[in-house]
Write a protein that binds this ligand. Structure first.
Ligand code: MN3
Length: 197
């Protein structure tokens, strides 16, 4: 059974960039909801539940329903809530104000994209142009290279066998209280709470 990951900092720690009310609702309501729904669907499939969630997300996208012995509806629930569970877990970790700069990753970003600024520009563009709800990502792909893209809904890079390194939640629940329709302002402000690069 999965449990809601504890936040190792207070809800107001990211003020003024991310407000305390948004953080509290996001963590205790939204992330808790994904956690509950993930547990509910996995209860029906004890064999699948034994697999690490990262692998399970890959497997459900690369294995037939017949082989998984899973219904289409349950697969969708697992995809949405398994993704939602892992995506938010990483999101809280990335925003930890106690993080220190990851020098190796920063150097690799410069090597891959030319500069940190260029990477951020593309990352932000992906965040701002994702229609509806989704996430912007910096991932390590299956070839071990850094890659930038966005996904819709709660789709996780693990579904493609990629490892997520940085993620930004662009669902309205992540910013609407403070930023309303100004997603671009939220995306810009968010970088102030990322200490690792
Ligand atoms: Mn969210």
């Amino acid at each position: 059974m999965y449990t809601l990951p504890e936040l190792s900092y207070s809800y107001d720690a990211l003020e003024p960039h991310i407000d305390a009310t948004t953080m509290e609702i996001h963590h205790t309501k939204h992330h808790q909801g994904y956690t509950n729904n993930l547990n509910m669907v996995l209860e029906k499939y004890p064999n699948l539940a034994e697999r690490p969630l990262e692998k399970l997300l890959f497997d459900i996208d690369h294995t037939s329903l017949e082989e998984l012995k899973m219904t289409e509806a349950d697969k969708k629930t697992l995809r949405n809530n398994g993704g939602g569970y892992l995506n938010h877990k990483l999101f809280w970790e990335i925003m930890n104000p106690n993080n220190s700069k990851n020098e190796a990753l920063s150097a690799e970003i410069v090597e891959t994209f030319g500069s940190l600024g260029t990477m951020k520009e593309t990352f932000n563009k992906n965040a701002n142009t994702r229609f509806g709800s989704g996430w912007s990502w910096l991932v390590r792909n299956a070839d071990g290279k850094l890659e930038l893209y966005s996904t819709s809904n709660q789709d996780s890079p693990y579904m493609q066998g990629h490892t997520p390194l940085l993620c930004l939640d662009v669902w309205e629940h992540a910013y609407y209280l403070k930023y309303q329709n100004k997603r671009g302002d939220y995306v810009e402000a968010w970088w102030n709470v990322v200490k690792m690069i």
